[in-house]
Design a protein around this ligand. Structure first.
Ligand SMILES: [Fe+2]
Length: 228
């Protein structure tokens, strides 16, 4: 299910008073916002993602979101907020430029963090949930490709949890199920800069490689168990 930007932004408003949000490790520091260092070497994801792609993605695109966010919020009420507070407030206010930059900073920090510690398979708890929801890892990979293919233009595909339930969905632009209070488990950037040099237009191969060869599922399982 891909939600529209409008519904996602409305969802963010609902989330303010609602459930606790899942969080990657982002410091709640006020501006200027800073990009955390990559938790691995730039060539650590080869051959699935090249050092060229990782370096460009982190040092140019992610850094660009951070730099533009800082420019936009300087001298505004956003400057005294945490990153999550900026995302919520800008979403509620319909301040799309600030919302997009803040949400992409959040998303990219989450994206790179899920590769920390190297790839590992899910343990029994998450594997059971994947079996229940998707009929196993092969079924999950199949649904991942379908969800990714459903994103028109830029966006992300997210695996999220609500209670024990798992949801695999494509979301447009910088939006995510974080907006409706779900716990983010895995996120794959579908913007072309994330894969075009390594996969040309073969986005299906890219998402399969990320999920099966790069993601630290053991760490994801622990967050799923902890519920945070
Ligand atoms: Fe990106």
């Amino acid at each position: 299910m891909a939600l529209t930007r409008r519904s996602a932004l409305a969802g963010f408003g609902c989330a303010v008073a609602g459930a606790a949000l899942a969080r990657p490790s982002i410091a709640r520091a006020a501006t200027p916002f800073t990009r955390p260092p990559l938790p691995f070497a730039e060539d650590a994801l080869e051959p699935h993602l090249s050092a060229r792609t990782v370096a460009l993605h982190a040092n140019v695109f992610h850094q660009g979101y951070v730099d533009r966010l800082n420019l936009l919020v300087e001298g505004t009420a956003y400057a005294d907020m945490s990153l999550e507070e900026v995302i919520r407030a800008a979403g509620d206010a319909g301040d799309l430029a600030v919302y997009e930059m803040a949400a992409e900073h959040y998303n990219h920090t989450f994206y790179f963090a899920q590769f920390a510690g190297g790839p590992s398979p899910p343990g029994p708890v998450l594997e059971e949930a994947i079996n229940r929801e998707f009929g196993g890892l092969d079924g999950f990979a199949h649904e991942l490709v379908i969800a990714s293919s459903g994103v028109f233009g830029t966006g992300w595909v997210w695996l999220s949890a609500e209670g024990e339930g798992l949801y695999l969905e494509g979301w447009p632009d910088a939006d995510s199920p974080h907006a409706i209070g779900r716990q983010l488990l895995m996120g794959i950037d579908l913007w072309e800069h994330a894969y075009i040099f390594d996969y040309d237009a073969r986005v299906e191969d890219y998402v399969r490689a990320v999920a099966s060869q790069l993601v630290n599922w053991a760490a994801i399982e622990q967050r799923y168990i902890d519920g945070e």
